[in-house]
Design a protein. Sequence first.
Length: 244
Amino acid sequence: MSENVLEIPASQSLFTSSEKTSWGESSEFDDFNYVPLSPWAPLAFVLGALSLTGFLGIFGLYLAFVSVIICLVAVSQIRKAEGIVKGVLAAYLGLILASFSAVVGSVSMYRAYQTECPEGFLRVNFSKDISDWQFLYTPRRELHPAVAPLEGKKIFLKGFMWQTEKADGLTEFLLLKDNGECCFGGKAQPYDMMRVKLLDGKTTRAFIGMVAVAGTLKVNLEAGEDAPVYTVDATMVEEARTRF
């Protein structure tokens, strides 16, 4: 009994050209051409996004400048891989965001610094121009010669409110050179603080962050050892636009 065998011409194939079973040619095996994402790509993108905080303060601005450097490294590393890894577009996007934040944030902060001090007032650094020059005792307490010329002058300076009794409607408060005393329970020295009194019936709310004060500096060397020697008759109190 003869067997019926189905013969297939050699010129024909059971698979179409798109279904070739040769390894590396079949569409079923396209996944073997997978290109991994470089770890530099998400790092650059995330840093670029975080750099947008450069519009909010000095820390964000520092972050933006650091991010620009890291993003440049990321782009360079991915390009050097020559196709072994992907993600150069994400790295470029992070670089664009970081560069934009660094440039625009710097310009914005510079303009804020240039315009925050009211006209006619002398910009003073609380720590460097006042607090660091402690009192002289001969044996009476006297102002240091570096500070004495500021008495009676219209000054503009920044500091931190300390132990306000209410959140709003303040007519006076203590201003510290930094927030260490109020946040960590330290004792402020007389040369590290000053009493701020608002004039003309003005009031202010309490600020947690740095505040800017403009007013006339007065000195009372007869104040007690734990009492503020400096007083500012303030015409302006507002949240500081910059931290320097």
